[in-house]
Ligand binder design. Structure first.
Ligand code: MG
Length: 455
């Protein structure tokens, strides 16, 4: 079931390489043909320099196929997802390459339930594309374009899900680093409407991402961190290029990977709601299990990838999901990652407590993580994986939902073939640094043995 163009989240490539006017036009016609040339599609873009040419190309293809188009302009991906459900349209298209560097761009394709289309539909689009089975509308049945601004409707929905009185009373200050991406048009405004004093960093739209790049890596968020301390802010938040992810920092300027923030959200949610389920990929820290166990909740594992988390939340009726890359899925809003929702919810959590952000992080279970990778040609991955599974000692528990996760008494190691690169990724986690290193060594040895056997 290998796909040629769809990756873990839509189609992405470099301008002039994969992403050309011809490619976009044919891909959009394939999508329109899958929709049987009927209905309404919403389109939004991130701030990339190539987004206008791609957007106009997508619109042109849809119109030629007889589909109505609603153009939202430059907006975060989750706003397009919100709009698809809000206006009950057939589909949404986001022109974005998310956190990739500025020379990339791509398409995220949103189904009528607001979630990225599933693998079955991705395969269908690719099949139509490959066979060039495009269908177009007769000359007198072309679609039309309507421009719309749904920013305030989207902000209103988020505001309704937090306690605005509490947040206003707390008189918080927050640093927001939108990285020159699409989040610039929402998160600062949203927090201001919640009564928060906002200081923005890289808050102007700029498709070159000159500030700190489009990926919110903690080591690149130094300016946000410095300003948090200087201006005595309560916390800081940074988004990726299309603002579906949120990375947080505390009042001391320490920036955390997403594993800390999703654990905070999980703990708060399970303590305040009847529905005590938390949906997360198998790569997430065991901290989420400790938290669930302490509150009487349940962690539901999925393969790595936001589409799996969203679809599992829907099928299990779960209201919360999280990813260690900073993806928060708040089902009361929508079952997809949403960076602005995450920022508002964090303000809500801090407004309810006398504790600081760093206090809350200190209360979380502590684990040590190790990450590593090993080269492996794509064609050998499947056989290497089979070999690894066959050589795991009998007393070790295995979860083989996505790669293999081996659970030892001291911790776990996850071995996954990358979906996009010719490598195996190896993650290890344990309660002590030494145990994490030891487990990493065991995991790496299993992969090395398998690769040696096959070479
Ligand atoms: Mg993104």
């Amino acid at each position: 079931m290998n796909m040629k163009y769809f990756g873990t989240n839509g189609i992405r490539g470099i301008i002039g390489d994969l992403i050309t006017p011809e490619f976009i036009s044919k891909m959009s016609s394939a999508i329109a043909s899958m929709l049987k040339n009927k209905g309404t599609v919403i389109i939004g873009t991130d701030s990339r320099l190539s987004s206008p040419f791609i957007k106009n190309n997508v619109i042109s293809s849809f119109l030629a196929s007889g589909i109505e188009v609603i153009d939202l302009g430059v907006v975060p991906t989750p706003l397009v997802q919100f709009a698809v459900k809000h206006l009950q349209t057939n589909m949404g298209i986001v022109v974005t390459a998310s956190h990739n560097p500025p020379q990339f761009n791509g398409l995220k394709i949103i189904d009528d339930d607001g979630i990225e289309i599933d693998i079955r539909k991705q395969l269908k689009v690719e099949e139509i594309f490959e066979k060039e089975q495009f269908t177009f509308a007769p000359w007198d049945e072309n679609g039309s374009v309507t421009k719309m601004d749904l920013k305030q409707e989207y902000i209103n929905q988020i505001i309704q899900l937090v306690n605005i009185d509490n947040i206003q009373k707390k008189k918080m200050s927050v640093v927001v680093d939108t990285g020159n991406g699409a989040g610039s048009v929402i998160t600062p405004e949203l927090l201001r409407q919640l009564g928060v004093r906002v200081i923005t960093v890289n808050g102007n739209l700029d498709g070159r991402f000159p500030g700190r790049g489009s990926e919110p890596n903690p080591e690149r968020l130094t300016e946000m961190s410095k300003i948090t301390l200087q201006s005595k802010c309560n916390f800081s938040v940074a988004h990726d290029g299309d603002a579906d992810r949120a990375i947080f920092g505390d009042e001391k300027g320490t920036i955390f990977f997403g594993d800390k923030s999703i654990a905070l959200f999980e703990k708060w949610f399970m303590s305040n709601h009847e529905n005590k389920q938390f949906v997360t990929p198998v790569s997430s820290s065991s901290a989420v299990v400790d938290i669930a166990d302490a509150i009487g909740g349940k962690v539901i594992w999925t393969p790595v990838g936001c589409i799996f988390v969203s679809r599992e939340m829907i099928s299990r009726n779960s209201l919360l999901g999280g990813e260690e890359n900073g993806g928060l899925f708040y089902g009361l809003h929508q079952s997809v990652r949403d960076g602005a929702m995450a920022a508002a919810l964090m303000a809500n959590i801090l407004a309810e407590t006398e504790k600081t952000f760093s206090d809350l992080v200190l209360e979380l279970p502590e684990y040590f993580q190790k990450k590593n990778k090993l080269s492996c040609p794509n064609e050998l991955k499947k056989r290497a994986m089979d070999h690894i599974v066959a050589t795991v000692p009998e007393n070790v528990e295995i979860i083989s939902m996505d790669g293999v996760k081996l659970i030892y008494d001291e911790g776990w190691v996850l071995i996954r073939p990358s979906g996009t690169e010719p490598i195996f990724r190896v993650f290890a986690e344990a309660k002590t640094e030494k145990n994490a290193s030891d487990i990493m060594t065991k995991g790496m040895r299993l992969v090395q043995d398998a690769l040696q056997r096959l070479s």
